[in-house]
Design a protein around this ligand. Structure first.
Ligand code: FES
Length: 138
């Protein structure tokens, strides 16, 4: 059995540390190259079968955020993103409130209290041939 000297052991440990830190730095660099500061946002949402939303329903879709409305004349939707600085709105008795700066919107999306100045934008709702609803943000 060969014995390893203290000096050889320290040299081996130093070299191992050197190569390991180099490999970690290389992996970090590869991850940096793949970094996307503005990942593409999803612009279409499959809401499932239209029959899930009866006439007269007003369904809040918090993951989008949006309000899906079904009336006798069909489906429509409103964005529930505040037109002031983009916070997600919360429902209240009259419509919607922004938790960020307290803008308020009525049930139809019109501004009832600033600082927001613009109404909530309508979103496009598509009814597919398979009776599925697709909500489009753009
Ligand atoms: S972001 Fe909604 S009021 Fe400012």
């Amino acid at each position: 059995m060969t014995e390893i000297s203290r000096r050889d052991f320290l040299k081996l440990a130093r070299d191992g540390f050197f190569y390991l830190s180099g490999a970690l730095a290389f992996v970090g660099f590869l991850r940096f190259l793949d970094y996307d500061p503005n990942p593409a946002q999803k612009t279409e949402f499959d809401l499932g079968l239209a029959e899930k939303y009866p006439i007269g329903s007003r369904i809040i879709l918090p993951e989008i955020p949006a309000l899906l409305i079904h009336t006798d004349s069909g489906f429509s939707a409103l964005s529930l993103t505040c037109t002031h600085l983009g916070c997600a709105l919360e429902p209240n008795a009259e419509g919607f409130t922004c938790p960020c700066h307290n803008s308020r919107f009525d049930a139809e999306g019109r501004v009832s209290h600033g600082p927001a100045a613009k109404s909530l934008p309508a979103l496009r709702v598509e009814l597919t041939a398979e009776s599925r609803l697709i909500l489009h943000l753009t």
